[in-house]
Design a protein around this ligand. Structure first.
Ligand code: GUN
Length: 294
């Protein structure tokens, strides 16, 4: 039997609709949420993500502003913008789109964002709070994965979750989140990566397999246990002369073949991607509440 398709678009719509009431309340109280996004350079994928974030804000009536810098901008210019946004009371959340071009010190930039405005949850203070189980914000993509699983009826408690990829944005925080003694967690988590011995074997032992490697169609059908839940975090552009834009988006999972083996699977697009945006909106609303002491 073919895998059930886990519909991230539908779940993300539910979350966005649920946020409407909180946003209205914040506005009525004179504390409207606001998001500032900073993008440096002209990476087309980053530009597309920033565009989606701006659209989501517009749809929910969240104030947003985009700050665009050339890749040749000085590091100090970026820090100055962040400092202004830190001090700007109409901005509840600040996000610096990653990756930054060469010459920027990413760690320094992330640490310059006020932790209470850090809607990406990349500041070491927020990473630490999450790790010890008292999160202020949860990083958008892993949080999106967790909520998507919960709302799709996949309980990870006691299950073996294998995460392929150890990035600071997805792999590491997702592992921290799913191993917590908490609702929607309590999993046994394995993180593997390019240096892991017998990667296919480890993947086959997964009840829930999360692909976050950034390599198109990396996870093949013979790496997946029959009936396993497969979550595809990858968004890769591959050339396709037949496509209108000259490329198409594929995940880290060989979807067409893996869906014949898996019990449930997230598609690309329409899986984790829209969840990331929804959780960013959630975090922006949360930031606005935190700043007025709610
Ligand atoms: N680049 C890829 N994913 C993300 C994300 O979640 N936040 C930011 N700021 N940059 C990213």
């Amino acid at each position: 039997m073919e895998a059930r398709i886990i519909d991230g678009k539908k779940v993300s719509e539910e979350i966005l609709n649920e946020l409407q009431r909180d946003i209205q309340k914040l506005k009525d109280e004179g504390n409207p949420p606001g998001l500032a996004v900073v993008i440096v350079g002209e990476d087309p994928a980053s530009a597309a993500y920033v565009n989606m974030k701006e659209k989501a804000c517009a749809r929910l009536g969240i104030y947003s502003e985009i700050h665009r810098l050339y890749a040749t901008a000085r590091h100090a210019e970026l820090l100055d913008i962040i400092e202004d946004l830190n001090d700007n009371p109409s901005i509840s959340g600040i996000l610096v789109q990653l990756p930054l071009p060469k010459g920027f010190d990413q760690s320094d930039v992330l640490q310059s964002i006020f932790p209470v405005k850090d809607v990406d949850a990349f500041h070491p203070e927020n990473v630490g709070l999450m790790l010890v189980g008292t999160p202020r914000f949860m990083p958008c993509t892993p949080y999106g994965v967790q909520v998507l699983l919960q709302r799709s009826g996949v309980d990870v408690q006691g299950k073996h979750v294998v995460i392929v990829g150890r990035s600071n944005i997805v792999g590491k925080p997702l592992a921290a989140m799913l191993m917590q003694k908490a609702k929607g967690a309590n999993a046994t988590v394995t993180v593997c990566h390019s240096q892991s011995r017998d990667l296919p074997g480890i993947c086959r032992s997964a009840d829930v397999l999360v692909a976050a490697i950034g390599s198109p169609c990396f996870i093949k059908a013979d790496m997946v246990k029959e009936g396993a839940v497969v979550v595809d975090v990858g968004i890769n552009r591959v050339d396709d002369p037949a496509a209108q834009k000259g490329y198409r988006l594929v995940g880290d999972v060989d979807f067409e073949n893996v869906k014949k083996v898996a019990g449930a699977i997230t598609p690309v697009p329409g899986g984790v991607g829209p969840m990331t945006i929804a959780m960013l909106m959630h975090n922006t609303v949360r930031a606005a509440k935190l700043q007025v002491g709610e």
